[in-house]
Design a binder for this molecule. Structure first.
Ligand SMILES: Cc1cc2nc3c(=O)[nH]c(=O)nc-3n(C[C@H](O)[C@H](O)[C@H](O)COP(=O)(O)O)c2cc1C
Length: 183
């Protein structure tokens, strides 16, 4: 079986983050063909062109990890109907310089969860638009999850609710299929 590496970007720094729980669930229910590496984004400074030529180690560690991965999975909260700044900052670092843009032709799955009824749907539209502009292959379709009860996903990524588990499993399987085709 061919295996593919996936850089997991969980875009919340909170210890009890529901998006980190969702990211763990995706890893847990994904096919064995996907091997996940969790990549940090919160150690990078804000993008500053003056640092080009002497990029901080946290930035080169990030861009090296994305470059080395066959695909990327973004799991994000929605902040004010958009993506969190930590993820936008990471995308900006990775997109520069233009001839070393790590997102070009990268297969990217996007999802997220919030307690709201349309959990992260609007934020994901922004994320999709940004990634498309910089040349990523964003998985078609939408996957946003309303985190209905505080224990919907446990700390290990186990999902008790059968329909949510089936949805996350199908999402991960669809991603694995796309990665196998395109990566
Ligand atoms: C600055 C900020 C803005 C938020 N904006 C939204 C929003 O636009 N839509 C939404 O559904 N939830 C919004 N929320 C609530 C988050 O969905 C909720 O706090 C969630 O638990 C954050 O994800 P995390 O647990 O993974 O950190 C916002 C929260 C914060 C802190």
């Amino acid at each position: 079986m061919t295996t593919f590496t996936v850089a997991m970007l969980a875009a919340s720094p909170r210890k009890q983050s529901i998006n980190v729980k969702l990211a763990r669930a995706i890893e847990r229910y994904a096919p064995d063909s996907l091997r996940f590496t969790w990549v940090r984004m919160d150690e990078m400074p804000f993008y500053n062109g003056d640092l080009e030529g002497n990029r901080p180690a946290s930035v080169t560690a990030f861009t090296d990890a994305i470059r080395a991965a066959d695909a990327v999975c973004c799991v994000m909260p929605e902040y004010n109907r958009s993506l969190p700044a930590v993820l936008k900052n990471a995308i900006d670092w990775g997109s520069k310089p233009m001839d070393a843009n790590v997102w070009r032709d990268k297969v990217v799955a996007i999802t997220g969860t919030s307690p709201g009824a349309i959990g992260t749907a609007v934020g994901q539209q922004h994320l999709r638009q940004i990634l498309s502009v910089i040349g990523a292959h964003v998985m078609p379709g939408e996957a946003y999850i309303s985190f209905k009860t505080p224990d919907m996903i446990d700390d290990q990524g186990n999902i008790a609710d059968e329909s949510v588990r089936a949805f996350v499993t199908a999402f991960a399987a669809r991603f694995a299929g796309l990665v196998a085709k395109l990566a």
